[in-house]
Design a protein around this ligand. Structure first.
Ligand code: SDX
Length: 455
């Protein structure tokens, strides 16, 4: 797959092919009235508001588009991430994910995603220093984490504590002040690893480990997670690099469920900590970022390679989903999954092979041959193999979605800022098709008799 393959955007393709002579419009005839409308096609889309002129009379509100789950609706224009699901292409700001995974670091990629360009050496050093200097938490945050039950899910702790940060930084409400947005970006990227590590330490009954700012971003995170009584924690370079690449792969993914949550909540002009809490909550779901946790539980349930056919039968019967498979956009192999499979080999060469890998490989082998999955274009996605690596690195399963939220913070901040500064955007407030009851008169309690149907 040549990641630099020329991807012709529909309007660019049209211009290139000299099709500009052809009118870029859609002619719509409303058979209810016989009227005809000409609607412009711009960037491969119709503006939904252009449908409102199509009415049957003065009292008619006009046509709307109806698109549950936005399966075919562009909610914004964005320059952050480009995905071509049919070709299995993923670019951050025009750079192919394969190159960034091989040649970049997470913090450098986070700079690219947030700022739009790769940093110079000075810019990167300043970016790293600013984020590193914001890894420490206000001491009171520990009281929030101490208050959770011993077996609280770390994503529940992360959603709560990142929301709590909004009360420590009221200056974050100045969302149209670029310096404030920059400072909150440092704080959020820097503190997410500390919040995550503190949640982990709490769930293990271990003392909190403070940041060691001599270490890299990912090394510092591993330090806060796994340091015990040694004077100074030293992360193993194989694991440190593997986790850093996994962070690169999870940094952004255009308008996924959590990015949509970030933009929708941010459109009310709330502070970014509250919006990030909403995005983190969206990521917690098993259909989204919670899938990596669900994959491991699924592999454990299947247990051994010889039980794979029986499980596949249950999936094809609609009884179960093959977690870590399928994607709303990728109808080809998720390019991130391909890279993660390579990382798995590097990690297992150090940690020892995870026996569940054989179950995963057999599930993939069968699914890629079976008509049920082929016809539905179900391929492994980013979550299918990542959990095996995290488990081999001694992360508990319930920490897996937390390991997704940490790097996605840079993507969420980039999407939030882009939306905030987009003159076309305003508070998100979709319409609906009302399917409820017509007007009814209130019935006094004493006159309500008999059981209603379905009550
Ligand atoms: C992420 O959007 C992003 O970018 C997300 C993400 C990111 O980086 O932010 O890439 C990260 O969330 C990856 C996806 C992780 N989720 C999972 O692995 C959970 C399992 N996958 C499915 O739940 C599902 O594939 C979705 C939610 C990912 C996508 O669902 P869609 O696009 O709405 O597809 P669908 O539910 O309409 O499915 C189409 C058909 C259906 O069959 P029929 O009704 O036509 O018979 O495919 C079937 C589905 O039942 N199907 C599956 C399946 N996924 C879809 N069948 C079995 N196993 C699956 N995993």
């Amino acid at each position: 797959m040549n990641p630099k393959a020329e991807v012709a955007h529909p309007s660019l393709a049209a211009a290139a092919s000299g099709a500009l002579a052809r009118r870029e419009t859609l002619t719509i005839t409303d058979n209810r009235t016989g009227k005809t409308y000409e609607v412009p096609i711009r960037e491969g889309t119709l503006r939904a508001m252009d449908l409102r002129q199509i009415r049957t009379g003065a009292d008619d509100f006009g046509l709307m588009s109806y698109d549950p789950a936005f399966a075919n609706t562009a909610s914004c224009r964005s320059a952050v991430t480009f995905i071509d699901g049919d070709k299995g292409i993923l670019w951050y700001r025009g750079y192919a994910i394969e190159e960034l995974a091989e040649k970049s670091s997470y913090l450098e990629t986070a700079y690219l995603i947030v700022k739009g360009e790769l940093p110079t050496r000075d810019e990167l050093d300043r970016w790293k220093d600013n984020i590193t200097n914001h890894t420490i938490l206000h001491e009171n945050i520990k009281k929030y984490i101490d208050g959770f039950h011993y077996d609280a899910h770390p994503m529940g702790m992360l959603v709560s504590t990142v929301a709590a940060l909004s009360t420590f930084y009221p200056d974050a409400k100045a969302i149209f002040d670029s310096a404030s947005r920059e400072l909150q970006t440092y704080r959020l990227i820097g503190k997410m690893i500390t919040l995550a590590a503190f949640a982990y330490r709490h769930s293990r009954g271990l003392p909190y480990i403070y940041p060691d700012n001599e270490l890299s971003y990912t090394g510092n995170f591993l330090n806060m997670l796994f340091k015990m009584t040694e004077p100074q924690y030293r992360p193993h370079p194989v694991l440190e690099r593997a986790l850093d690449v996994l962070f690169i792969l999870h940094a952004d993914h255009e308008q996924n469920c959590s990015a949509n949550a970030m933009r929708a909540v941010g459109s009310s002009h709330v502070d970014p900590y509250s919006a990030i809490a909403a995005a983190t909550a969206a990521l917690y779901g098993p259909l989204h970022g919670g899938a990596n946790e669900a994959v491991l539980r699924m592999l454990r349930e299947v247990g051994t390679k010889d039980r794979v056919p029986e499980f596949i039968k249950r999936v094809k019967g609609g009884e179960r989903k093959l977690m870590g498979f399928g994607h709303r956009v990728y109808k080809n192999y998720d390019p991130r999954a391909r890279i993660i499979k390579k990382i798995a080999d590097q990690v297992f060469s150090f940690t020892g092979r995870n026996p569940l890998l054989d179950v995963a490989l057999e599930l993939e082998r069968i699914a890629l041959e079976d008509e049920y999955f082929v016809s539905r274009k179900l391929y492994p996605n980013v979550d299918f193999y990542s959990g095996l690596i995290y488990q081999a690195m001694n992360f508990p399963v319930d920490m897996f979605p937390v390991l997704f939220a940490i790097p996605r913070t840079s993507g969420w901040m980039a999407q939030w800022q882009e939306s905030l500064l987009d003159p076309e955007q305003k508070i998100a407030r979709p319409r609906q098709i009302y399917c409820g009851s017509g007007l009814r008169e209130f019935v006094p309690l004493e006159e309500r008799s008999g059981r209603r149907e379905g009550a």
